[in-house]
Design a protein around this ligand. Structure first.
Ligand code: GNR
Ligand code: NI
Length: 170
């Protein structure tokens, strides 16, 4: 296993649209395992392949990292979304130390392939629903700060660029 480097906003590679995985083979399983190791090591509850500069539709999520029961979602699709919306304070490993409110569907039903290449489908609510939507946005090249006002986004962008100049890695 290996730790992967996480891209930081405003890296333009975060806006790449991921392509579907065509076979869940040893290469993809290794990517999944490296992403899980990277997510746990960074204390995140989710990670999309886009964030490690791999532009394929692969997501890992673990909303209870102590239990180490990860969700692996390959080629995820939302098959249902609740009308009800919910606002959550979100953060992102690609936008370190920034948290702000984002409104999303309160429940979603997601269908995907798991690490064994089997089709799985389940309903998610709470933090899991937030993560599924947050990670699926990454696969479309979208970072949560794009839901914020242009003013806030600009301030975040400036802060991140200053950090980069100051040589801070996160
Ligand atoms: O670790 C993460 N925490 C989090 C908190 C609230 C809403 C979404 C997230 S996802 C984030 C990890 C990450 O950046 N995934 O892309
Ligand atoms: Ni994120």
């Amino acid at each position: 296993m290996a730790l992967l480097q996480i891209l930081c906003y405003p890296d333009p590679r975060l806006h790449t649209v991921a392509r579907p995985v065509d076979a869940v083979d040893a290469r993809v399983r290794r990517l999944v395992d490296d992403m899980l190791e990277t997510m746990y090591s960074a204390d995140g509850v989710g990670l999309a392949a886009t964030q490690v500069d791999v532009h394929e539709r692969v997501i890992v999520i673990d909303t209870a990292p102590n239990l180490k029961r990860p969700h692996v979602l390959i080629n995820p699709e939302l098959v249902a979304r609740s009308q009800e919306l919910a606002v959550t304070d979100e953060g992102c490993l690609s936008v370190p130390e920034i948290y702000d409110k984002v409104q999303r569907h309160a429940q979603v039903t997601v269908r995907a392939l798991n690490r064994a290449g089997e089709t799985v489908e389940y309903e998610a609510s709470g933090l899991l629903a937030v993560c599924v939507q947050h990670e699926m946005d990454h696969l479309l090249g979208k970072v949560f700060v794009e839901y914020l006002s242009p003013l806030k986004r600009d301030r975040i962008r400036t802060k991140m660029l200053k950090r980069l100049r100051d040589g801070r890695r996160s």
